[in-house]
Design a protein around this ligand. Sequence first.
Ligand code: BYC
Length: 470
Amino acid sequence: MTAVLTDDKIPNNVNLGGDKRLQRALEAWQPQFIDWWKQMGPVGWQDRDIYLRTAVSVETEGWAHFDYVKMPDYRWGIFLEPKQAGRTHGFGDFHGEPVWDEVPGEHRNMLRRLIVTQGDTEPASVEQQRDLGATAPSLYDLRNLFQVNVEEGRHLWAMVYLLHTYFGRDGREEADELLRRRSGDADKPRILGAFNEPTSHWLSFFMFTMFTDRDGKYQLSALAESGFDPLARTCRFMLTEEAHHMFVGETGVQRVVKRACELMKQDPNGDPRAHGGIDLPTIQKYLNLWYSLSLDLFGGEVSSNAADAFAAGLKGRYKEDRYDEHKLVGSHFAMDVLEGGKVVHKDVAMRNALNEVLRTEYIKDCQRGVDRWNKTIRDEGIAFELRLPSNKFHRQIGMWADCSFTPGGELIDGAGFTAQRGEWLPDESDERYIKSLMQPVYEPGKMASWIAPPNKGINGLPNEFVYVKP
Ligand code: BYC
């Protein structure tokens, strides 16, 4: 294991050259990936020089290199964090036993399902965002979009490496399927709900990278605890790249919010729409939409799948080492459940509640981001507060999916929800308005009317740097 990538056809730090069969299999998959990228990746821009970050090592310091690169030439590679000698299972039934370097036979299917589900989200998000390059609000944002896209492509490589290396023929078939499913396709959709939703403009892109990529942070953190060591080591390195994606989302929305406030102050009626901005109530609707879609990604509130994955040592909790108890036999989690058509607060066996435990950590993290947006609004002197809706609002997965709730968490009937839906979630007129604002701005340093400039550029460069060459 080396920290620095080799210069092979497929950059890697896993000594791919030492396993000729695997190398050949991945070299056969590579052109399929490039075909998929050309067919389903960003529309246009493929022959442009883009100022991108490429991972060149897994050292904490200096792991990334910034330079101009054309997207199809991006060095998609395979990185695993170095192996920790003597690492043991951190949770579940095998707690304290040495971690596995091979797939445990009795948990093979469950492990493959987790890896495939994780892998499926990566190309899905690239597909969802493929048209956004036509309407970027600045070159800075255009470059950030492509950075996110190429790294999601690399995260797909990470999961495909695991499938090819550890799952034989069915792993290779699953890797091929990852390139065959298509986001939003009626016949061959992506696996998880949110990854089939259209991300048709930049407000949705920023909400997606704020809320959906943050699900990625929590899911990857839970998999980074895995007792299947290659998965843990892969996910740890993916988390290094993921932080920038959430930065793009959180600061993207923050800049839209700031611009809304500035324009409100300029307008006699306090209406940012009069000056080509996005009003705060509309921003709240998109927040409600993407947050609720992302909550679904944690699965059912009470889940035997989650219990099984924990027991088997495959998927842990967020930062498992913060906890004292790692077997969770006989412990409970107090949470809301639906009983006889009513919401009741009660204890649920901890292992079965683990999706909700992870979702609860995620919600706290989202709240910290929303607090920062509200500080921007306060600093601008505007009286308005953005809010996370209830975790029961607009759910399509789990126990709240069959009922209707207000954003405040009040149980209402379906007709009541339908009547007020347009106040809570974007409707066609909101979509039309937001899309009407999406005019590209490609002059260095310039911004679209609806978004404030970033506080600073990428890699210490100024905002007016030419992030994408003409
Ligand atoms: N949509 O026991 P249940 C990221 C299915 S994002 C559709 O309630 P479980 C990224 C479930 O598959 C992170 N179906 O839940 C972000 C199961 O189906 P089967 C991605 C859903 O299994 C941005 C059934 O419902 N990583 O990295 O405990 C850009 C009952 O399931 C959904 C992972 O998700 C849904 N939302 O938990 C790029 C980690 N939710 O098997 C990338 C790996 C549930 O009965 N995946 N179902 O047919 C997992 O850990 C689990 O599969 C889940 C579901 C947390 C997703």
